[in-house]
Design a protein around this ligand. Structure first.
Ligand code: GLN
Length: 453
């Protein structure tokens, strides 16, 4: 823990942590030493972790990357972080993220962008770590923690993992409790770990997940032995390759990596089979209706009365307006406007209801693939390697949204998905492959991604 505390201090230029909590870390490490000395070591005893600043931590500020929560100190602990502390893990601090987890590059954080520890060959230009869990991914990649918590609403675990050469899994919707995690889009949000190996991810997910009566969408299922699944191999499994993910303009090196991943799985004993997920092309536009709709509703609670920032005004409406104008950043305001628009009386059927129908069709595509014997689906994690800071933060937000083209389908269908590092691009930046599984079958994803790793 002491070594990590020092490393975090020395790597402040990356801006991976919004808040360092060295006192809490060292106190927890002392408690771990005592447990070990007493012969009572718990499964994660003394492991120093970073916590995405979207998870409420009791007595420790939780900002969600937003100015509106700058001075918010929860008096409760999120279910996911509480599970990690129960098992003996140690908290190093709170990790930077896009504001309210809205973004793909960590450039929407009110606390400044995160810089990836990676660089293009022969260049010093700073690279984004991806988002929204960019602080988590950068901290893991730069050895500023052994593992980190993250959340994934449309790719925010898998895309930053792919951009930083780390492993990230979004489990099945309902595997981890959402209790105490700041809400973005409640029907899509899931917590999961980012770590340096598949095995580390399996161990962390085993601790983070489990039933919780405080989140009615949390599944009442036992937690499988994820770590045991890692070395299971892929003999006898059928891996689907969806033809619709061969999108226009995909760089040749991504296609090559994808073919290589399929070849590795085949060599390890899996059967490779081309499949069709016909509604794939509608997932991204439908996601960017459903997610903002839910966000606009969830973010209504930041009214200057109940939480965080309050900008005084003469009347209550003025208080709302001034607080929200000052507290939310551009991307969050854009999502609130899109969300309220698609939920408004005149447009509800044309946008929101239609997006929900598309969501059902996407889910059905996957069900049909699994029904004919496919055990997991292999795709690229992202359409490109990481980009430079500022390169895509242009006037057109759609440019950024296109990054999520391979990841959002998984959230729309509630399925588990893992991103595993699979190689480097021509400029020396990491690339990831994604494996998508059956509901509550994260075990197969651990087994198959271990073959690629
Ligand atoms: N990039 C996507 C968005 O901005 C996904 C974010 C996430 O998964 N939290 O909505």
């Amino acid at each position: 823990t002491q070594a990590h505390v020092t490393a975090v201090e020395q790597a402040r230029a990356l801006n991976a942590y919004i808040l360092e909590t060295p006192e809490r870390a060292l106190a927890m490490a002392d408690a771990s030493d005592a447990k070990i000395a007493a012969g009572e070591a718990r499964p994660l005893e003394g492991l120093p972790l970073g916590i995405k600043d979207l998870f409420c931590t009791e007595g420790t500020k939780t900002t969600a990357g937003s100015k509106i929560l700058e001075n918010f100190t929860p008096h409760y602990e999120s279910a996911v972080s509480a599970n990690l502390w129960r098992d003996g893990a140690v908290m190093l601090g709170k990790l930077n993220l896009d504001e309210f987890a809205m973004g793909s590059s960590n450039e929407t954080s009110a606390y400044g962008n995160v810089i990836s520890p990676w660089r293009r060959n022969g260049s010093d230009a700073p690279i984004v770590p991806g988002g929204s869990s960019g602080g988590s991914a950068a901290a893991v990649a730069a050895h500023l923690c052994l593992g980190a918590t993250a959340t994934d609403t449309g790719g925010s675990i898998r895309q930053p993992a792919a951009f930083t050469g780390t492993v990230g899994i979004k489990p099945t919707y309902g595997r981890c409790s959402r209790w105490g995690t700041v809400a973005f889009a409640s029907s899509l949000d899931q917590a999961g770990p980012i770590a340096r190996t598949v095995r580390d991810c399996a161990i962390l997910l085993g601790s983070m997940s489990g039933s919780d009566a405080r989140d009615t969408t949390c599944a009442d299922l036992p937690v499988p032995d994820f770590e045991g699944a890692v070395s299971r191999g892929v003999k006898g499994l059928t891996i689907g390759i969806p033809r619709e993910y061969r999108v226009d303009g995909m760089p040749a090196e991504i296609q090559r990596l994808w073919d290589q991943g399929a070849a590795w799985l085949k060599d390890a004993g899996a059967t490779i089979r081309e499949i069709s997920l016909p509604h794939t092309q509608y997932a991204l536009p439908a996601y960017y209706i459903v997610a903002p709709a839910e966000a606009s509703s969830n973010l209504a609670r930041y009214d200057g009365v109940r939480y965080g920032l309050r900008v005084p005004a003469n009347d209550i409406v003025g208080l709302y307006e001034k607080t929200r104008a000052a507290g939310f950043g551009r991307e969050v305001k854009r999502r609130i406007m899109i969300g309220t628009y698609v939920l408004s009386a005149g447009y509800y059927d044309a946008y929101y209801v239609r997006a929900q129908k598309i969501r059902t069709l996407i889910k059905r595509d996957f069900e049909e693939a699994y029904a004919v014997g496919v055990d997991a689906i292999l795709t690229p994690a992202t359409p490109s390697a990481a980009f430079g800071i500022g390169e895509k933060a242009s006037a057109d937000p759609v440019e950024m949204y296109l990054n999520d083209v391979f990841t959002v389908t998984v959230n729309m269908a509630g399925l588990p998905g893992i991103s595993v590092p699979a190689g480097l691009d021509a400029q020396g930046l990491p690339l990831g492959l994604q494996l998508i599984g059956r509901p509550f079958d994260e075990e197969t994803l651990f087994a198959a991604s271990q073959v690629i790793e």
